[in-house]
Design a protein around this ligand. Structure first.
Ligand code: DGT
Ligand code: CA
Ligand code: CA
Ligand code: ZN
Length: 584
């Protein structure tokens, strides 16, 4: 579990960075420094106190004397005075809006100063009344962009990202399980089905009836609760602190556990379809159990499996329960064995200090070897056109290949593979020559510019390059801040198949790109998918499970996912591409 102190410090430094950006003039350096410190602390694998005890804070990248002092102050007192006073000088709600596309620090500051706007609601009102449009240097185009940004942002205000919901939801379930009165506790609803965004967190618990009160009190008094919405004999709802979203708890008897879990997991469409079929067979399913229609006799309901088995069906993983044909498969006993985290043999996209990652190749290798049972990792730093990401030119790439050889030699085996995330240029060509690409173990090609165009042709051309093994984050969307660019995913899948190119399931929480439906389409067409974390920090490696969830929602088995294979098999798979090229 993530350390609370790390999380809180990372949040504080992020906010300090935002405030310094807002203050602007003369504070650019501080804004950058706190931003970096926030990332570094957020990415630590160990509790920050360990670094204080070992006196090794100063060895962390981006943590100088000043910031070290603040960290120690926080651990000692639970507060940072500098942060408290800084906060007083800035309109808190406006600072938070800086993460919305179109709301830069300088625009917000001018809106605050010139229109005396301090809250989000006031800002939205001013925007709608056309007051901001009239400010010098704003105009229609800019304010339209701001309105679009607000609309996109609403998707993550109304719903939580799966990653964030899992963090809170799993913690709540863990704590409930520790109560001796709680028999069983699980997540339900869209969160158990691992949907990419989640409306609210649903939790189911079973216990003896006499303990319900106590469990409900415990839940509503939880440290993540900001407000209690409802509190009854069998259920309660709270509003969560960080996200402002809702969490619901329901308590049932142990012998109703299975039927309640099945019912509250949903989806609604799955349940409706299942109940219709059950009815035809003479059964009634509800959250209380499965009953014979003819005499209303309850025949099962203690386990979820019983519900499915009673009507002659196989149980299926929650990720499949979206009424997309899983009920038909279950009736024929043909539910596939979906891919899981333990099948993954390596990670095929990550960034090091050679571009915009936070850690050295050695540190990454050491961390991954310690924490995962992978057989390989591929370092895929950015190429030169990604200037903000500090991309590599040809010379640096060759130098990095040698550095990786060195690192492998020290480790005694070829754990680290050489690779790149090469930029696809405007015309679909790549910004690194084939001659250099040919020397790398793995090439992922991605689009990082020209989001306003239809990018289908660019990606097709990249697939046709004989050295491109995979297309990274194929639609370019960022949940809550950037729409996918226009791209004909069906066409891409067709070309990927013809050229033996894999498509990525990028597991970054705001990317999840391909998404579940697109990955399903790719799987049905026999495309190989790659699940990668696109890690920029050590903590990012844990995103792999998010990618697994997308793959499972796409009904992928290990055979559909390239990085469930040994590296020697990946090499074999790669050779098919060159064969294709030679025949053509
Ligand atoms: P969300 O919260 O919008 O991400 O989506 P869900 O699927 O979690 O939906 P939610 O929270 O409204 O309800 C949780 C589960 O309860 C849902 O997955 C299935 C079950 N459920 C809720 N309402 C109904 C209903 O009217 N009919 C049926 N069959 N099931 C329902
Ligand atoms: Ca829900
Ligand atoms: Ca709910
Ligand atoms: Zn990228």
């Amino acid at each position: 579990m993530k350390s609370e102190a790390n999380k809180e410090l990372s949040r504080i430094f992020k906010e300090m960075s935002a405030i310094y950006q807002y203050i602007g003039v003369g504070e650019r350096f501080r804004a950058l420094a706190y931003g970096k410190a926030s990332k570094v602390i957020g990415s630590l694998a160990e509790d920050i106190s360990t670094y204080i005890e070992n006196d090794s804070l100063k060895d962390l990248p981006g943590i100088g004397e000043g910031i070290s002092g603040l960290i120690k102050e926080y651990i000692r007192t639970g507060k940072i005075r500098k942060y408290e006073s800084l906060k007083k000088n800035a309109p808190h709600e406006l600072i938070e809006m800086m993460e919305i596309k179109g709301f830069g620090p300088q625009s917000l500051k001018r809106i605050h100063n010139e229109l005396k706007v301090s809250t989000k609601a006031e800002l939205i009102k001013a925007l709608q009344e056309g007051k901001i449009e009239k400010l010098k240097g704003f105009g229609k185009k800019k304010t339209e962009g701001m309105l679009r940004g607000l609309k996109l942002h609403k998707t993550i205000e109304d719903r939580m990202l799966l990653w964030d919901a899992l963090d809170v939801g799993e913690k709540l379930v863990e704590r409930l399980k520790q109560l001796p009165e709680v028999k069983q506790a699980e997540l339900c609803g869209s969160l158990r089905r691992r949907k990419e965004t989640v409306g609210d967190i649903d939790i189911l618990v079973s216990s003896e009836e006499k303990y319900r009160r106590k469990i409900i009190d415990y839940f509503t008094n939880s440290s993540v609760a900001k407000q209690i919405l409802a509190k009854g004999d069998t259920k309660a709802s709270i509003i969560l602190k960080d996200s402002g979203r809702q969490a619901d708890l329901r308590i049932v008897n142990e012998n109703e556990w299975g039927s309640a879990l099945q019912y509250f997991t949903g989806s609604k469409e799955h349940n409706i379809h299942l109940r219709t079929i059950a009815k035809e067979k003479g059964y009634k399913i509800s959250e209380y159990g499965i009953f014979l229609i003819k005499n209303d006799k309850r025949i099962a309901g203690k386990t979820e499996e019983e519900i499915y088995r009673t009507i002659g069906f196989q149980i299926m993983p929650p990720e499949m329960r979206e009424d997309k044909g899983e009920i038909e498969l279950a009736s024929k006993n043909k539910i596939p064995k979906l891919v899981s985290l333990k099948d993954i043999k390596g990670d095929l996209q990550m960034h090091s200090v050679w571009s915009d990652g936070l850690h050295s190749i050695e540190a990454i290798a050491e961390y991954v070897k310690k924490n995962f049972s992978y057989e390989y990792i591929v370092i895929t730093d950015h190429s030169k056109s990604s200037r903000i990401a500090n991309g590599m030119d040809e010379k640096q790439i060759l130098k990095q290949i040698r550095a990786i050889e060195e690192a492998n030699k020290k480790m005694g085996h070829d754990f680290v593979k050489t690779g790149i995330e090469v930029d696809i240029l405007g015309d679909g060509s790549l910004d690194i020559s084939d001659e250099i690409l040919a020397q790398l173990d793995w090439v992922t090609a991605s689009i990082h510019s020209g989001f306003k165009h239809d990018n289908t042709d660019r990606i097709i051309r990249a697939c046709e390059n004989p050295y491109v093994n995979c297309i990274g984050h194929p639609t370019g969307r960022l949940i809550g801040s950037r729409e996918p660019y226009k791209v004909d995913v069906e066409k891409i899948i067709e070309v990927a198949k013809e050229t033996n190119t894999a498509l990525e399931i990028n597991a970054q929480p705001e990317r999840m790109d391909l998404n579940d439906e697109q990955a399903m389409l790719a799987r049905k067409n026999g495309i190989k998918l790659v699940i990668s974390t696109d890690s920029h920090t050590l903590e990012n490696f844990s995103f792999m499970k998010l990618g697994i969830f997308i793959a499972r929602r796409a009904w992928c088995t290990p055979a559909d996912i390239l990085n469930t294979m040994k590296w020697s098999e990946i090499e074999k798979w790669k050779r098919k591409k060159h064969k294709v090229e030679h025949v053509v």
